[in-house]
Design a protein around this ligand. Structure first.
Ligand code: GLC
Length: 808
């Protein structure tokens, strides 16, 4: 069963069957004002922190058929009764003649046909605005005139998202509604919690006259709420009850009489939802201003066009043309869009990560996310990097998570275990990669000299220590160098990248050892570029030292060990009954360059033999079969799920990258392709999640539901798969001196092309592969002249340049 198709020309995925296995969502707006809309119109909307200022009540755990946050009802007059249906399918579930949810860039458009009525609804948040716009047009596609009414409905939540579910006395007592008249017979419905009466209020309106309204859920559903969202009693009455809910469950519904539509006739209207600050008078005035702007159809078209242009700019920095259509779809539209959303939303709000305030921005997560938007928006990436650097501690470690609005940080789950270290072994090292990626993209070496705070505060609450950006990076590697265990390998801390393996204090992490190696390589390259040869030499010595230890202690015969526990016993070894081999234990020694060629090859072969499946590479094998507090959260999952032997997608691109480093383009692409959601259409009933974004995890082959994906959208998979695709497989990699070109592709490819904007210049790159190799660049011609080597100069001249590359 297929649920839709890619419309690459419009940069949309079109869902044509609303009964998808789980909801498929799209993001509108930003963390400033926005949220997600699902493919049947359900809406989770927030302004600022989703835990502290949530607007609509979206309960993902309810069945797919249920009303969630909002819908639109239409009703057709049939004699003295009404045929009520939702053009969004949910919650009335009528049989449709046509259904489309067009998942676009920053908007979703629904096109449906029920009972001879075509409805088109576009939902979006204009860039930089705090208003949700829904433009609706309704056409009579039948043979006879029809009399139609439209009733948009929203359900509010208490602004304190968690309280809504933990207190059913205080919350309902506080919920308040108001109705205000607006010009031309329009109405503005207001909603707020009592304590916010003079702080901020939410307003909902339509740009057409309304004859009645409803703000009380009980009264809207009718019969003491034995009326349902599927068939609300109030919609069988000619008018809504104009009821002002001064407690309870607040909704906003407007009765819009569209009148009688002749065959072929179309009626349009717009609904608008905003939240404004101030006293009720002040905020209402602000809301009226915003509403005035967007009641006009031209303003909506203009802002949709402006949004399209922003996406053109964002996506236009990198466009590829490869022989693989699914790869093109992902690299040109969907993957960079997902990178943008992860950079924006971190792990805060999705269908799976519910934004109740536990997380904020993750230090490691955002440090990796930022690399996914580096090519497209280096300046914005730098903004986030500066925030991250400011929550590093002066000892070089990092606070695990922080709230971007307050910059208050904490140690994450490490706080929950008294006897464990309060830092994560990996966090601080990610920022080295992010800063170096920024420097290479932008050429802005001066950034290294910028002074930024460390997280510790003095008595006045001001930063107690400061240092340059470069100083932050130096301290990061120094922290790892000086926090080592009994083998001299880096201590795990509370955990490394794998959050769920929490070993007793004293455990060592091979992941961190290799990550440290890669960070040193990046710093050595940077120091050499800056002419700091002495420091480069010192880092080189540190690198060799760690390389020696990793190879002396961690080689297990056919692969590398993943951890040593506090007793020095290996985890990820043939000696273990479970958790014998770990993917990250093999990819990272190749990425760090620690693995000598024959070990690199053997380790990656072991991954292919023992961990690969047709749905992706598992994180480890075999899974732990039973809860073991000594290992931590990893054993809370059944074997094959998540970090316990599941296909944890974030780790897959690291294997792709490792394969390109040893020149194995066929395998790198096989790994790329097997997790490409755009290639999942045929197995979608097993896979279940959106085909247009990466999921975080897929159940592995030890699990009976092998192949089932979950936790789509907010995952480091987005950034790394994008990097693996563009920088490592296609090999278009920013370097200090220019744009390095070093592809590692399937031998069968004849070539590919890439359009890349880099430091202001436009590079039209054509790669030819006449000898059908995977790797190796024979010649590079820039603007018709052959150059030495494979680094295309940094022109920084705002002009177009052609680059012809011949592999061989
Ligand atoms: C989740 C976390 C991430 C962690 C990963 C593996 O994706 O967001 O920080 O690295 O799980 O445990």
């Amino acid at each position: 069963m297929k649920y839709g198709y890619f419309d690459d020309q419009h940069r949309e995925y079109v869902i044509t069957n609303p009964r998808t296995p789980v909801k498929w969502i799209n993001y509108v707006g930003t963390l400033g004002f926005g949220g997600f809309v699902d493919h049947t119109g359900g809406l989770l909307l927030c302004k600022g922190d989703p835990a502290l200022n949530r607007i609509t009540k979206y309960i993902p755990q309810l069945p797919g058929s249920q009303f969630k946050g909002q819908t639109l009802y239409l009703r057709k007059r049939e004699g003295s009764a009404y045929k009520v249906f939702s053009p969004l399918f949910v919650p009335t579930l009528d049989a449709y003649d046509r259904f489309e949810c067009r998942v676009g860039l920053g908007y979703s458009t629904f096109v449906s046909e029920f009972y001879g009525v075509r409805t088109t609804l576009t939902i979006f948040v204009p860039t930089g605005e705090s208003v949700l716009v829904q433009r609706v047009s309704v056409t009579n596609i039948g043979q006879a005139p029809v009399e139609l009414d439209a009733v948009p409905l929203l359900e509010y939540t208490h602004f304190d998202a968690l309280k809504q579910f933990t207190n059913a006395d205080w919350v309902p007592q506080t919920m308040q509604s108001e109705a205000h008249d607006a010009e031309g017979g329009r109405k503005i419905l207001a909603q707020y919690a009592f304590m916010n009466r003079d702080q901020r209020q939410t307003y909902f309106t339509a740009n057409v006259p309304v004859s009645s309204y409803e703000t009380c859920r009980r009264s809207f559903l009718g019969d003491n709420e034995y009326g349902t969202f599927q068939s609300p009693k109030s919609l069988q009455e000619p008018e809504l009850k104009n009821h002002l809910a001064l407690r309870g469950d607040n909704v906003a519904a407007l009765m819009i009489h569209l009148g009688t539509l002749a065959p072929g006739e179309t009626k349009e209207f717009v609904t608008l939802l905003t939240q404004q600050e101030g006293t009720r008078t002040q905020s209402l005035a602000l809301a009226r201003k915003v509403f005035d702007r967007y009641t006009k159809s031209e303003a909506i078209s203009t802002s949709l066009a402006a949004m399209r242009k922003d996406w053109d700019d964002y996506l236009g920095r990198v466009q590829v043309q490869t022989p693989d259509a699914s790869m093109n779809s992902m690299l040109n539209v969907h993957n960079p869009r997902q990178c943008y959303m992860t950079k924006n939303w971190s792990r805060d709000l999705s269908l799976y990560q519910l934004g109740f305030g536990g997380r904020g921005m993750g230090f490691r997560d955002s440090s990796q996310d930022v690399m996914g938007v580096m090519a497209a928006m280096p300046e914005e990436a730098r903004g986030l990097i500066e925030k991250l650097l400011s929550v590093m501690k002066s000892n070089g470690s990092a606070m695990h998570q922080f709230y971007a609005s307050t910059m208050v940080a904490n140690e994450g789950d490490a706080r929950e275990m008294e006897d464990r270290p309060k830092y994560y072994g990996d966090d601080h090292l990610w920022i080295v990669f992010a800063v170096c990626a920024y420097l290479k993209e932008s050429g802005d070496l001066a950034f290294l000299d910028k002074t930024l705070p460390y997280y510790e505060k003095d008595k006045q609450g001001a930063p107690a220590h400061r240092g340059t950006v470069f100083d932050h990076l130096k301290r990061a590697v120094e922290f790892t160098k000086t926090n080592v265990g009994s083998h001299g390998l880096p201590l795990l801390g509370f955990a490394d990248w794998n959050d769920t393996v929490n070993l007793k204090t004293g455990a060592e992490s091979l992941f961190v050892a290799n990550q440290y190696g890669k960070a040193l390589l990046d710093l050595i390259e940077l120091c050499e570029h800056r002419g700091e040869t002495e420091l480069a030499q010192r880092y080189r010595a540190d690198y060799e030292h760690m390389r020696g230890l990793v190879n002396e202690y961690a080689w297990d015969g056919d692969w590398y060990v993943r951890y040593f526990d506090h007793d020095g016993a290996p985890i990820g070894s043939k000696k273990n009954a479970q958790g014998q081999i770990w993917t990250n234990g093999q990819s990272w020694p190749v990425i760090s360059g620690f693995a000598p060629p024959e070990r690199a090859k053997a380790a990656l072969e072991s991954v292919h033999r023992l961990l690969n499946t047709p749905n992706g590479i598992k994180l480890s094998s075999p899974g732990y079969d039973g809860y073991d507090p000594a290992k931590g959260g990893v054993t809370t999952y059944p074997p094959g799920a998540k970090e316990n032997g599941g296909i944890f997608l974030h780790a897959n691109p690291w294997v792709m990258i490792a394969e390109t480093l040893i020149g194995n383009g066929d395998r790198a692409f096989e790994y790329y392709n097997q997790i490409n959601p755009a290639a999942k259409n045929d197995v979608i009933d097993t896979y279940e999640c959106e085909p247009y974004v990466y999921a975080q995890n897929i159940l592995g082959n030890e699990h009976p539901l092998f192949g089932l994906a979950r936790n789509s959208w907010l995952s480091g998979t987005a950034s790394w798969t994008y990097q693996a695709g563009v920088k490592h497989i296609l090999g278009i990699m920013p370097a200090y001196a220019g744009l390095e070109i070093n592809p590692c592709i399937p031998k069968a490819w004849d070539g590919f092309s890439v359009q890349r904007r880099f430091r202001g210049a436009e590079y039209a790159i054509t790669v030819k592969n006449p000898e059908h190799v995977s790797k190796g660049v024979r010649s590079v011609t820039v603007d018709g002249k052959a150059i030495e080597g494979n680094v295309v100069p940094d022109f920084s001249d705002g002009k177009p340049h052609t680059v012809e590359v011949v592999m061989g």
